[in-house]
Design a protein around this ligand. Structure first.
Ligand code: WT7
Length: 631
C-alpha cells in the first residue's frame, strides 16, 4: 500500500481497501514507520465501552520516528524554522541532528528534575523553540505532555494541572505578543498556589522578565542544562501508552482531557500530513496555529517531523507590526504549504489587499484551512489573492478528539470545492444520521455527523473519567462515534460541515462550552444568572452573546460590563471574552425551568420575528423585554 497517494484512482483504491479490509490497510501503512517491536494484533474495538486499541503489542518511540530515523538521509536538512514575534529579531533554524540534540538535552534536564515515564507534565509556554523541544522531550522519555495554550488564565491552568495531577510544569518568564510583553511565569505562580501535585517548575528565559523563583521548586532551564548529555536514549513505549493529554471544551462541565496514544496517533498524524498536503521533499510547511491546540501538535510538530519535512513555528500574530506579517513571512522563508484558520483569513481580507501586494507569494503551492467552516467569500479571497488562482486549497475538518484530519481534499487529488471539506481520508468512515440515529442514505442530504469505524488516532478516553468519554461521544447513537457537528453531503458525496449542533461555540476556531462561559460569568458577585449563545460574527465566525441577570438591576452599566468581562478573563482567559452583554430581568424558561436557548439564539442573530412558539414559556413577557433590548 502506497504511503502517499498520487492520483484519484489511487485514492479510490486505497479508500475501498480501507473499508473492506481496514486491518490489512492499516498494517500496510504502519509498516512505513519504525517500530522497536512489531504489533501482533492490529485492532480491537468496541464503541459501547468504549475500548479501542490499535497495533496491539507494538513497541515504539514517536521521537525516534520524528528525529533519529531521518538522520542518515536528512541529518543536515532543516527540521524546524522559528520565526520570532519581532520581524527584526533573527530567525532560528534547527537541522534534524540539531533538533535531536536539543530534544535530548531537554529530555535529560527533565530526567534530572525527576520526571519519569507516565508522569504528566504541563507545558505552558509561548511559541518559542523550547516549546517544541519540551513536547518532544516528554515524548522521548515517555512522560505525558499536557500543553496548555499560553492565553489561558491562572484558574484554567490550575484546573488542568489538577485534573491530570501534573507533577511538573514547563514555562517561561514571559512572552511577546505583537507590541505587548505578557507575564507567563506570574500566571503559573498564581496557578500553583492551588496545585499541590506540582513538585518542580522549569523556566525558560525568553525576555529577561523579572520573575520570582521559588526554591527549590523553580529551576531556570539555562542553568539546568549545565553538564547534561547531548543524547538521550528513547524510552520504549507500548502502542497504547498515552502520548499526550489535551484539554478541550464540551457542552457540559469543565474542559476534558482528551487522551491520545503513541502508536495510533503516530500512524495517523504521519499519514494524514503526507496525504492532505501532498508534501514533497525540501518543501517548507507553515501551520500558523499555536502548539497549545491540537492543530499545532499534529501539524507543526508530529505530522511534518514524522515525514522528514521542514516545519515552521511562528511566535507572533497576523496583524503586527501590520496585517502583512503572514505574507511577509511566506516571502521571507519561501513557504510552500501554508495552513491557517478562516478567522485569520477573514481579518486579513478585511485589512485589504494592499497588505498582500508587496510580497512575493510564488513559492506557495498548497493552502489549508482549519478550525471552523470557511465561508465562500473567504475561500475565494484566499484562493485568488494568496494562491493567485494556482494553489490547491484544502479545507480540513477534524477535531481534538480525532487527532488528525478526517475529511478534506487531498491537495490536487480529490475534489476541492469552496466551503466543503470534501471526501473522507482513507480509513475514515463518516455517516450522517437523523435524530433517532438512523442512517441517512444517498446524496444531497443533511444530518448529524458520526463515524462508524475507528481510525488509529481516535481518542482513547478523557483523562480520569472514562464514563464522560462514553457519554460524550459514544452514547448519543449506538455503535457510532458522534462528532457534535451537523453536515451535508452534496450530489458528489462531498461533505460540507454546517457547525456544532450541541452547546459548543466556535470563536475564532477556539472551542468553548456555553456552560463553561456561563460558569465564569456567574463567578462575578453582581451576577445572579446568565445564558450564553453564539451568533454569527464577520471575523470570528461566532461571537459570544451573554444574557445576564444582575442581583441589582440598577447596576446594568458599562462599568459592570467591564467587570464581568474581567471575571471571564480571570476564569478562562481573554479568548473567551463575551462580545455582547445584554442585561435582562429574566430568561425565557419553560415551566420545568429549562432555558429556551433557541429563542436567545434567534435574538442574538437579530431574527426577532422568527422566534417560533413561545407559548410554553413560564413568562412570555420576558421575550418582549429581551427583544426590545437586543444588541
Ligand atoms: C470543531 C473541533 C482540529 C481542528 C481545530 C479545531 C470545527 C474544525 C473545521 C472545518 C468546519 C470545522 C468543528 C469541529 N471545525 N475544522 N474545516 N470546517 N468546521 O479543533 O477545537 O477540537 O474543534 O471545530 O465544529 O467539531 P477543536
Amino acid at each position: 500500500m502506497k504511503f502517499q497517494l498520487s492520483s484519484l484512482e489511487e485514492y479510490q483504491t486505497a479508500y475501498a481497501e480501507s473499508v473492506s479490509h481496514p486491518e490489512n490497510f492499516w498494517n500496510a501503512i504502519a509498516e512505513h514507520f519504525q517500530w522497536r517491536t512489531k504489533w501482533n494484533r492490529t485492532l480491537e474495538w468496541n464503541f459501547n465501552a468504549p475500548d479501542v486499541q490499535w497495533f496491539i503489542g507494538g513497541k515504539l518511540n514517536i521521537t525516534e520516528n520524528c528525529l533519529d530515523r531521518h538522520l542518515a538521509a536528512k541529518g543536515d536538512q532543516t527540521a524546524l524554522i522559528w520565526e520570532a514575534n519581532d520581524p527584526n529579531e533573527i530567525s532560528k533554524t534547527y537541522t534534524y541532528s540539531q533538533l535531536l540534540r536539543e530534544v535530548s538535552r531537554m529530555a535529560n534536564v527533565l530526567k534530572k528534575m525527576g520526571v519519569q515515564k507516565g508522569d504528566r507534565v504541563c507545558i505552558y509556554m509561548p511559541m518559542i523553540p523550547e516549546l517544541s523541544f519540551a513536547v518532544l522531550a516528554c515524548a522521548r522519555i515517555g512522560a505525558i505532555h499536557s500543553v496548555v495554550f499560553a492565553g489561558f488564565s491562572a484558574a484554567s491552568v490550575a484546573d488542568r494541572i489538577n485534573d491530570s495531577q501534573c507533577a511538573f510544569v514547563l514555562t517561561s518568564d514571559g512572552m511577546y505578543r505583537g507590541a505587548k510583553q505578557i507575564p507567563v511565569k506570574a500566571v503559573v505562580d498564581e496557578a500553583l498556589a492551588t496545585c499541590p501535585s506540582v513538585q518542580k517548575a522549569l523556566v525558560v528565559n525568553r525576555l529577561n522578565w523579572p520573575v520570582v523563583m521559588a526554591t527549590p521548586r523553580d529551576v531556570w532551564y539555562h542553568e539546568a542544562l549545565d553538564g547534561v548529555d547531548d543524547f538521550c536514549e528513547a524510552e520504549v513505549m507500548d502502542s497504547e501508552d498515552p502520548l499526550f493529554i489535551l484539554y478541550t471544551s464540551g457542552s457540559t462541565g469543565k474542559p476534558k482531557g482528551v487522551v491520545h496514544t503513541c502508536g495510533g496517533y503516530m500512524v495517523y498524524a504521519g499519514y494524514s500530513f503526507a496525504n492532505v498536503f501532498q508534501y514533497r521533499a525540501n518543501e517548507i510547511f507553515w501551520c500558523t496555529a499555536d502548539i497549545g491546540w491540537v492543530t499545532g501538535h499534529s501539524y507543526i510538530l508530529y505530522g511534518p517531523l514524522l515525514n522528514g519535512a521542514t516545519t515552521m513555528m511562528f511566535e507572533g500574530v497576523p496583524t503586527w507590526p501590520d496585517p502583512g506579517r503572514f505574507w511577509q513571512v511566506i516571502d521571507k522563508h519561501h513557504v510552500n504549504l501554508f495552513y491557517t484558520a478562516p478567522t485569520a483569513i477573514r481579518s486579513l481580507m478585511a485589512a485589504g489587499i494592499d497588505h498582500v501586494l508587496p510580497y512575493n507569494l510564488h513559492s506557495l503551492r498548497v493552502l489549508g484551512s482549519v478550525g471552523e467552516p470557511i465561508n465562500e467569500e473567504a475561500w475565494h479571497w484566499y484562493h485568488t489573492h494568496i494562491g493567485k488562482g494556482r494553489c490547491e486549497v484544502v479545507d480540513t475538518w477534524w477535531q481534538t478528539e480525532t487527532g488528525g484530519i478526517m475529511i478534506s481534499a487531498l491537495a490536487g487529488i480529490t475534489p476541492s470545492k469552496p466551503a466543503h471539506a470534501g471526501l473522507p481520508l482513507p480509513g475514515i468512515q463518516p455517516i450522517l444520521v437523523d435524530a433517532e440515529g438512523h442512517e441517512i442514505l444517498g446524496n444531497e442530504v443533511e444530518g448529524y455527523l458520526c463515524m462508524r469505524f475507528p481510525w488509529p488516532s481516535i481518542l482513547r478516553t478523557t483523562y480520569g473519567d472514562h464514563e464522560r468519554c462514553r457519554i460524550n461521544y459514544f452514547s448519543t447513537y449506538a455503535n457510532l462515534y458522534f462528532t457534535g457537528d451537523g453536515a451535508r453531503r452534496d450530489s458528489d458525496g462531498l461533505y460540507r460541515i454546517i457547525g456544532r449542533v450541541d452547546d459548543v461555540i466556535n470563536v475564532s476556531g477556539h472551542r468553548f462550552g456555553t456552560a463553561e462561559i456561563e460558569n465564569a460569568i456567574n463567578q462575578n458577585k453582581k451576577v445572579i444568572e446568565s445564558a450564553v449563545v453564539g451568533y454569527p460574527h464577520d471575523i470570528k465566525g461566532q461571537g459570544i452573546y451573554a444574557y445576564i441577570i444582575l442581583a441589582d438591576a440598577t447596576q446594568g452599566s458599562d462599568e459592570t460590563r467591564d467587570e464581568i468581562i474581567e471575571t471571564v478573563c480571570e476564569q478562562i482567559g481573554r479568548i473567551a471574552k463575551p462580545d455582547k452583554i445584554q442585561f435582562v430581568s429574566g430568561l425565557p424558561k419553560t415551566r420545568s425551568g429549562k432555558i429556551m436557548r433557541r429563542i436567545l439564539r434567534k435574538v442574538a442573530e437579530g431574527e426577532l420575528h422568527a422566534l417560533g412558539d413561545t407559548t410554553t414559556l413560564l413568562d412570555p413577557l420576558v421575550v418582549e423585554e429581551i427583544k426590545a433590548g437586543a444588541l
